[in-house]
Design a protein around this ligand. Sequence first.
Ligand code: URA
Ligand code: ZN
Length: 383
Amino acid sequence: MADFPIVDIHTHVYTPAYLDMLRARKKVPYVHDPANGADSRLIILSSDDDASTPADQRGRPVDSSYSDIEVKLAFMKRHGITTSVISLANPWLDFLDVDDAQIWSERINNDLEETCAQVNSKTRTDTVATGIKTLYAFGALPLSAPDASIIVNEITRLKMLPHMRGVIMGTSGLGNGLDDQKLDPVWAALAQTQTLLFLHPHYGLPDEAFGGSEVTQRYGHVLPLALGFPLETTIAVTRMLLSGVFDRFPDLKILLAHSGGTLPFLAGRIDSCIAHERKFVANGGSAQGPVRDVWSVLNTNIYLDAVVYGEAGLRAAIHAAGSHERLLFGTDNPFFPPLSEKEDDIWPSVTTNYKAIEGTLGEDKEAVRGVLGGNAVRILNLN
Ligand code: URA
Ligand code: ZN
C-alpha cells in the first residue's frame, strides 16, 4: 500500500435513481432486464441498439459495480486507491426532455453529494472492511434545460455542495457542439466560479467512419471505444479552439478524458492547419479564427487524465500539456472490467495505466506520486 494519496479522477457511477430511470426507457439510452434473470444489459451507445442482435445480448452487462458505492470502495481498496472523484457516466442527462433536466440534475447531484458525505463521515462503522476511503464528485449539468440560466444556476449551486469539485459534460453541449455561441454563459459561469469541466466523450463517430454498421457490429465495442471516443474528444476541443472559446474565456479549466483523445498527438498538425487557413483574419481572410495557439491552451487551460493505457500516449500527453504536473491518474471504473468476472480480481485496465505511468516517469518518483495523486490533490483542492 502506497504511503501517498492515490486519486482516481476518472471513475463513474450510475446512481440507483438514474438506473431506474434508464430501466423505464425503451430507446437508447436504456437498461434491459432479461427475462431469464441474467445480468441486466446497458444499452447506451447508438451502435449497441442493433435490431439484428437479441435484446438480451445488446450493449454490455450491467451489474452492481455500476451503481453500488460499496462495490466502488472495494475496488478502490483492491487497487490501492485512497480517493475517488466520482462522476455520472455517459450519456449523463443529455437525452432528457427540456422539462426534466433541472429536476434530474438536482436529484443526481444531491445524491452524489450525499454519497460522498456518508462515505467520508467518521461515523461509518465498516471502514475496517473497506479501508478509509475518501470520495468527491463531479456534478452533472441540465444541458437540455430550456434556458442557459438554468445550467448557470446549477453551476453556481454546485459550488455550495462541499464535495463537488467540478462538472462532467459530453461533447454535444446544448445539442450543436461546443463551438456553439449559445454556450458562452456556461463557459462564463465555469470560468467565473473556477469550476473545472471534465470533458468526456459519448457519441463517438458515425458507423460510416468505420466502414458501416456491419463492420462496427462485427468488432463489438473496439472501434467506437478505442477510436470513436478519442476522436470525438479531439474534434470537440478543436472546435472550441477554432471558435475562439479559449480567447473569450482564458480562465476556463478543462480536464480532458483519455489523455485528450488524440489532441496531444495532433496538436502540431492542428496548429499548422490553422496557420495555413486563408479564411482566417490572421491570414488575410474575413473569419475571425482563433487568436491563442493550441500549445498555449494546452499549457494553461487543459489538464489531461492518464487513462491512455500506454507509454506513447502518456509521453505525448506530458509533452503537450507542458508538464507531468497537469496529468492525473484515472481508471474509467466500472467500464473495462476483467472478463473473468470474478469479484476480487485485479483489473488489467487499471494495472496497465499504473505500469504506463511508472514506465514513463519511473526514475522521477516525485512525478509518479504527482500523477498518481498529488496533482489531483493540488488542482482539485482535496483534503
Ligand atoms: N465506455 C463508455 O461508455 N463510457 C466510458 O466512460 C468508458 C467506456
Ligand atoms: Zn469514462
